[in-house]
Design a protein around this ligand. Structure first.
Ligand code: ADP
Length: 688
């Protein structure tokens, strides 16, 4: 009798001798041989459970059959486990030892056949179990009667067999999985490489389609671009379809499709049998099953890839997994390709615009060197057509020109710089220089020569017409004087005549203003000299005295004694001052207050004319300096004016290289700020 020690020894022995064999076929062969050594058996047959199907297949026979026919027949064995009504097989599944004899297999030919193969009348056997699962069966043709010792040895052999088979299986499964994983990784790496190298969208789609077809063994495939906003899916590339792209597009526009469904839900789908899917639209005649996977970019579905198989149930979870990985990569590549495409198109558009615009466009980099110059610049600025100016400095190209002077002002911090510049050809350009962070300076120049000419003609026309209008007015005035001298008019007549005189007066004012403006705008000659602000303010207030008194206005003039002299045209400066102050008087109600203050700051004299009158709305403020602009409000109804005063003031201030601005609130008052350059820093020098 075999004790436990011997049983354990045999188990260990077997595991040690065959346990390192990891190839299942060789393992079974060696196991069968070992069994023959350790047990009194003439033959040992091992059947092994199939991993995928519930059948037993031939594992090994020792000694191996001498004729190849028996070998072949054994190799083709497939013994169904669950569809059998055999009580013996039921025993195997339960893990019970058994005996096969001619008698007990008489009505189970598939088991009787095993006896035939081994050419014996009887075999004893033991199922190989692993955690209650049948992994194989060991069958022995014994040389001698069995007994307890044999049973015990057989138990050790069975345990060792089950364990080693399981190990070999786990090993082969692991190797298989690792190999599949490696293969997949290799493919994905290659896909990454190829997709990275491609920026042409169509190529990306084509490649994605290719890889999906290859990996899933599909017969047909398509890719559609999805627009989430319009919910439109547009097929852009297909493979293996019998239907044309146009036809397919038409069919898909008529109804939904599986791909469209996937685009909307964002969830991949395997359709094992397309005949059962109401959304399926036939593109390839033999398609039986389909796999559709969304391609996403930043949480949006941008595209759907579909593969179709001739087989029912043609797609596995592995296929799905792979196509999803492919989709993730394609998403990035499609995005890159689109971005590149858009950038290229934008660049093309921009270069088209730059090449065809009549405006001069020059861009300088942060290092002050030219990075872009458009064709218009060449002709406008008289540059050599075949010279390369890119990389050069502005002063190298335009030394000692008004253009360079303007550019210097931009360099010194005027941003944006807006100026009129006359270039070498004599044409006048409106020049705009802006500084763009991280880019540099952008110069855009628009030719305003025709407008300048038109403006000159207009001023000339106004001057001529105005002059001609003044003539009859003078005559009218003369006759009014004569009528008055006749003294034959009654009260009413005198009143009418006064009204005519007032109308002539305001018409004259209008004509004078028009003439004046035309003169200033056509470039007046200013007679610049040091001007004492204080005395001019006094003059101005004196001339307005009747109006000030008439409205009982309080006037505060605060002009420091040490205020430097201005560099200005005395008469024109007086005109500026008078205009602003008379406006303050005109647009301030009775009992109001007017202030005139001046101070010296940064080589400029700052003058403020302030009132607490009716004020100007923000909207009106933007137009206030335009010609003929008058505020239309109930309270301005009875105030006479031409709307030319401030336009004249602004032109004059600018001719003096000064600046004017205002701050006002409706109903609260207005203050105009004026800034003009001082004659010299020390007023005593001038007055001396
Ligand atoms: P006007 O001949 O009408 O006074 P201006 O060019 O001098 O023409 O002024 C334009 C408009 O600006 C005026 O019609 C008036 O409505 C408004 N305005 C000018 N100065 C003042 C002020 N100090 N307060 C309120 N409104 C003013």
């Amino acid at each position: 009798m075999l004790n436990h020690h011997d049983q354990a020894g045999l188990f260990q022995n077997l595991v040690l001798s065959v346990g390192t064999v990891l190839d299942l076929k060789s393992l079974l062969k060696q196991l069968a041989a070992q069994v023959n050594i350790h047990l009194p058996a003439s033959q040992c047959l091992i059947l092994v459970a199939d991993e995928d199907d519930p059948v037993l297949r031939f594992g090994a026979l020792h000694p191996a059959p001498s004729d190849t026919r028996t070998q072949q027949m054994l190799e083709s064995l497939s013994l169904g486990l669950f569809n059998s009504s055999s009580p013996i097989i039921a025993d195997w599944i339960a893990g019970n030892p058994f005996t096969l004899t001619a008698e007990n297999t008489a009505d189970q030919p598939e088991l009787g056949w095993l006896l035939t193969m081994m050419a014996v009348d009887e075999v004893v056997g033991q199922p190989l179990m692993n955690r209650d699962e049948l992994v194989g069966v060991i069958l022995l043709a014994l040389n001698e009667e069995g007994g307890e010792a044999l049973e015990s040895r057989l138990a050790a052999v069975t345990a060792a067999g089950a364990l080693t088979i399981q190990n070999a299986r786990i090993y082969s499964r692991t190797v298989h999985q690792a190999e599949a994983h490696m293969r997949e990784l290799t493919i994905l790496r290659q896909i990454d490489r190829e997709l990275n190298d491609t920026i042409e969208p169509h190529h990306v789609f084509q490649m994605t389609l290719d890889w999906a077809l290859r990996f899933t063994n599909a017969q047909a495939a398509s890719i559609g671009l999805y627009d989430q906003e319009t919910d439109e899916l547009r097929i852009i590339t297909t493979y293996g379809y019998d239907t044309s792209l146009e036809e397919l597009q038409y069919l898909r526009a008529q109804s939904s499709s599986i791909a469209h469904r996937v685009a909307r839900s964002g969830r991949a789908e395997i359709i094992p049998n397309v005949a059962d899917d109401k959304d399926y639209i036939r593109g390839a005649n033999q398609t039986q099953s389909q796999l559709s996977v969304p391609i996403r970019r930043e949480d949006r579905v941008i595209s759907v890839i579909s593969v179709e198989s001739k087989k029912l149930n043609g797609f596995s979870d592995e296929h799905l997994d792979f196509v999803e990985k492919l989709a993730a990569r394609a998403g990035v590549a499609i995005d890159n390709a689109r971005l590149f495409d858009t950038t290229a198109r934008e660049r093309e558009k921009l270069s088209h615009i730059l090449n065809n615009t009549a405006d001069v466009v020059i861009v300088l980099g942060l290092d002050e060197r030219l990075i872009l110059i458009n064709p218009a610049a060449f002709s406008a600025l008289r540059l050599y057509p075949y010279e390369n100016y890119v990389g050069r400095r502005f002063e190298e190209i335009f030394p000692n020109t008004p253009l360079m002077d303007a550019y210097k002002r931009a360099q010194n911090g005027t941003d944006p710089l807006v100026e009129e510049v006359e270039v070498a050809s004599g044409r006048i350009f409106h020049m705009n220089v802006t500084t763009q962070e991280n880019v540099g300076r952008i110069i855009v120049m628009h030719d305003i020569t025709p407008f300048k000419e038109m403006d000159r003609l207009k001023s000339e026309l106004i001057a001529t017409v105005s002059h001609d209008l003044k003539q009859p007015l003078a005559v009218m005035n003369g006759y009014i004087e004569l009528l008055l001298m006749h003294r034959k008019l009654d009260e009413n007549g005198l009143g009418f005549l006064d009204m005519v005189r007032k109308s002539i007066q305001s018409m004259r004012q209008l004509i004078d203003d028009l003439l004046d403006l035309a003169k200033i705008e056509s470039g007046i000659q200013l007679n610049m000299e040091p001007v004492d602000v204080k005395s001019l303010v006094d003059d101005c207030l004196e001339s307005l005295q009747p109006n000030i008194l008439g409205k009982a206005l309080r006037v505060v003039a605060d002009i420091p004694d040490d205020l430097p002299f201005l560099l200005a045209d005395r008469a024109r400066f007086q005109q500026i001052l008078l205009n602003l102050t008379s406006n303050a008087v005109k647009y301030t109600q009775t009992d109001g207050e007017i202030q005139i203050r001046a101070e010296h700051r940064d080589k400029m004299v700052h003058i403020v004319v302030k009132d607490n009158g009716m004020g100007i709305s923000a909207e009106d403020q933007t137009h206030i300096f335009e010609r003929f602009y008058r505020v239309r409000r109930p309270e301005t109804d009875n105030i006479e004016g031409t709307g030319l005063g401030l336009a004249i003031v602004k032109s004059l201030v600018e001719a003096h290289k000064g600046q004017i601005g205002l701050e006002s609130r409706l109903g609260e008052g207005t203050q105009f700020f004026l800034k003009l350059p001082v004659a010299v820093d020390d007023p005593t020098v001038v007055s001396a």
